[in-house]
Design a protein around this ligand. Structure first.
Ligand SMILES: CC(C)(COP(=O)(O)OP(=O)(O)OC[C@H]1O[C@@H](n2cnc3c(N)ncnc32)[C@H](O)[C@@H]1OP(=O)(O)O)[C@@H](O)C(=O)NCCC(=O)NCCS
Length: 158
């Protein structure tokens, strides 16, 4: 992908990023697993809940949200958080348009975020993935991350 650029987030991107998130995370988000187990909750489906993660990314740390663009089309993004005191960078969300996957864009976005963390003087980075996400489990070790824990999530209706 030669005409691809990774640039800082702009507020006008938010609707596109929300849509991309809902498309991309079908099958690989905790929000959907919760809905599969418990059904519809508070009259909102998992897509509504997952899209809000992008609202949070944009509101809490817009300077660490990066957008991949091919021509004038948004084809991916990566979001970050920084805990400066702990020296920690975290990647909460990452997505690439389905038809452009498997060409190294996910890895480029991760490298971009890691460079950003380095520029910010951080000591380490963390990312997590669902056990059902085969691509994440392949990609993150390939980007130098080592597995440090597995977590089990529980949910119940009230
Ligand atoms: C995760 C995601 C961002 C990766 O984007 P991408 O552009 O495809 O990433 P890359 O092309 O850089 O790398 C994908 C790697 O996974 C590998 N891969 C593809 N399908 C795979 C599968 N079913 N099982 C294991 N590995 C797989 C590819 O071969 C490639 O590895 P390689 O570079 O060693 O060949 C993209 O798949 C996506 O948007 N997924 C849906 C949302 C998501 O899961 N986000 C992350 C949540 S933790």
């Amino acid at each position: 992908m030669t005409d691809l650029a990774i640039r800082p987030y702009r507020p006008a991107d938010l609707d596109t990023l929300r849509r991309m998130t809902v498309d991309a995370f079908d099958g690989v988000t905790l929000e959907q697993n919760v809905e599969s187990a418990l059904g519809l909750l508070a009259d909102h489906d998992w897509r509504w809940r997952k899209a809000r993660h992008l609202d949070e990314d944009a509101a809490l740390h817009p300077a660490g949200l990066f957008v991949a663009e091919a021509g004038d089309r948004i084809v991916g993004y990566i979001s970050t958080r920084i805990d400066r005191e702990a020296g920690k960078g975290r990647i909460p969300n990452l997505a690439v348009a389905a038809e452009l996957r498997g060409r190294g864009l996910g890895r480029r976005l991760i490298e971009h975020a890691l460079d950003y963390f380095r520029t910010e003087g951080l000591a380490y980075a963390m990312i997590e993935t669902m056990a059902q996400n085969e691509i994440g489990q392949h990609l993150y070790p390939a980007c130098g991350f080592v597995e440090v824990a597995r977590q089990v999530h529980f949910a119940r209706r009230l």
